[in-house]
Each structure stands twice: as structure tokens, then as C-alpha cells.
Design a binder for this molecule. Structure first.
Ligand SMILES: C[S@@+](CC[C@H](N)C(=O)[O-])C[C@H]1O[C@@H](n2cnc3c(N)ncnc32)[C@H](O)[C@@H]1O
Length: 272
């Protein structure tokens, strides 16, 4: 049953796996109308005895997802900056950045219409807004943003180099690209070439797979309970694979055995 349901989604999106399915994200987003699913990433947990990220009590249940956003977005000081997040999903990360990292403005964009509808009804904060858009063709003028944030989303795009050229176009000179995503081991060299071709200056590159695995382990029980509560019986095993529950194969197992790698980057657009 598991192989059949995962296989079904994979066949629906040849070559890219079920991550690429727009319908899939529309569906996930439609399963929850409340606060349970404000994020759709695999999370991040420190491995050493770092002091835990200080969060307000209402954010504690989303700690691992938020820690991933914090790890990626706090690579630079965003205070006073105009930020674009592409692939914001249900806006939890966009709102975290707005509330904790104090940019002047932050705009979240996603292809999934019901995710954007959710964001627009759920968050009310000065300087924070959401709009539907496609990462490969973003409807904003050149050099509109100081920073562009992209977390676990580019893996879904049919034309990733086109997204990267949008990043370069939209950043102001000296602006930063704050980026994290997953690739299969055999895709890493091609990914590095695509990034090098952008002309962006690479400031930081980090393999965070061990941190992501740790987060998946620490959050597994909570996610299992959530899926059992919210997802119809027939789809539960597929969701558990998708959510990367400890012991599942497709993501958790692939991170553990090195088939999939999770990386974080910081780039800067050169000042011409
Ligand atoms: C794994 S989710 C991550 C969402 C969010 N970054 C987070 O961490 O919670 C990937 C997101 O990318 C969005 N996405 C997929 N293709 C897209 C595209 N072409 N343009 C913009 N967003 C896209 C999906 O709708 C989904 O919300």
C-alpha cells in the first residue's frame, strides 16, 4: 500500500517526485484550517549544546521548523531590510521573520492559491503581506529587495535556473540570497553548477542534513499524532513518508543513508 501510494504521486510528477506536485501542496494546505500546519519543512535542530532559540510560548510547538528558518534567515542582519520570501507555503516562516528579525517589510509568495488565502486570513502584521506568484516568473521590478529567502521550495520548480535568474534580477546590488533545500546525492554537482552560473558571490555553504535528521527524530511523535488526527486512513502512510517520520524511507531514510542532502547557503549579489 505504501509503495503504491508513494509511487502514485511520483508517477504523477515524473522525475521530480511528489514534492513537485502543485496539487499535492494545495491538498496539504487544505487539510488544516488552524495553527497545526503553519510550516511545511523538515526542521532543524542544533547538534551541540547550543542554547535553545528563545521563542515565545505560542511558537514553542513549531520550534524545529522555526529553527530552520532562523538558521537560514539570521545569516545576515535583516533589520530594516525589504525581504521577499519565495515559496512561503502557509506563512509560518515569513511571519517568524517579520516578528523576530524585524525587516522593514517582508512579502511572502507561493504558487499554491489556498496557502496564500490562508496566509492572508491568518496573519495581520505591519510590513507583512502575501501574494500568489510563480518563482520562475515573479511580478516585481528589478532590484526591489535587499534579501530573498527560499526554504525547501526550489526542489519543486521545473526550471530552477530560471528561478535563480529571478533572484539575481530582484536583488539590489549587495543584496543577499538566503537559501536552503534538498537534492539527491547525484544532483549535487549540477546544482552547484547552476548556482555558480548565477554570478552571485558564495559567502557560506553548509551541509545541514544531520541537523535536519535530528529535528525529524525529535518531532516525530508530535507529527505522528497530528497525522493520525487529521489525515484519512487511506492516506496516512503516504503522509508519514512525506512528513519524514523517524523510520520512514523516502525522506528520513534517504537523509540518514546520504541519498538526499540538505544544504544551506548565503549568497550576495555583487555591487556592479
Ligand atoms: C515544502 S513547502 C515549503 C514551504 C515553506 N517554505 C516552509 O518551509 O514552510 C514548498 C512550497 O513551495 C511552493 N511552490 C512550489 N512550486 C512553486 C513555484 N513555482 N513558485 C512558488 N512557490 C512554489 C509550494 O506550493 C509549497 O508551499
Amino acid at each position: 500500500m505504501l509503495r503504491r501510494s508513494v509511487g502514485f504521486v511520483n508517477r504523477a510528477v515524473p522525475g521530480l517526485g511528489y514534492f513537485a506536485s502543485r496539487r499535492w501542496f494545495e491538498y496539504i494546505s487544505s487539510r488544516d484550517s488552524g495553527r497545526d500546519m503553519l510550516f511545511m519543512n523538515y526542521g532543524f535542530a542544533p547538534l551541540a549544546d547550543d542554547a535553545p532559540l528563545n521563542l515565545r510560548s505560542e511558537d514553542a510547538e513549531h520550534r524545529y521548523f522555526i529553527q530552520l528558518y532562523h538558521h537560514v534567515a539570521s545569516a545576515i542582519d535583516l533589520r530594516g531590510q525589504d525581504v521577499l520570501e519565495v515559496g512561503c507555503g502557509r506563512g509560518g516562516g515569513t511571519a517568524y521573520v517579520a516578528r523576530y528579525l524585524q525587516p522593514r517589510s517582508i512579502l511572502g509568495v507561493d504558487l499554491a492559491a489556498n496557502a496564500i488565502a490562508f496566509c492572508n486570513s491568518h496573519y495581520r502584521l505591519d510590513g507583512l503581506r502575501f501574494e500568489r506568484g510563480d518563482a520562475q516568473d515573479l511580478p516585481f521590478p528589478d532590484a526591489s529587495f535587499d534579501a530573498l529567502l527560499n526554504v525547501e521550495s526550489s526542489i519543486c520548480y521545473p526550471d530552477v535556473p530560471r528561478f535563480f535568474s529571478e533572484v539575481v534580477r530582484l536583488l539590489r546590488p549587495g543584496g543577499h540570497f538566503l537559501y536552503a533545500d534538498i537534492r539527491n546525492r547525484e544532483e549535487l554537482a549540477g546544482w552547484a553548477e547552476q548556482l555558480a552560473a548565477t554570478g552571485l558571490e558564495l559567502l557560506e555553504e553548509e551541509n545541514i542534513t544531520p541537523n535536519v535528521l535530528r529535528a525529524l527524530e525529535l518531532d516525530s511523535e508530535r507529527k505522528q499524532a497530528l497525522i493520525d488526527r487529521q489525515v484519512p486512513l487511506l492516506l496516512r502512510r503516504t503522509f508519514k513518508e512525506f512528513a519524514g517520520l523517524q523510520g520512514s524511507d523516502f525522506f528520513y531514510g534517504a537523509f540518514a543513508n546520504g541519498e538526499k542532502v540538505y544544504k544551506r547557503f548565503l549568497f550576495r549579489r555583487p555591487v556592479d
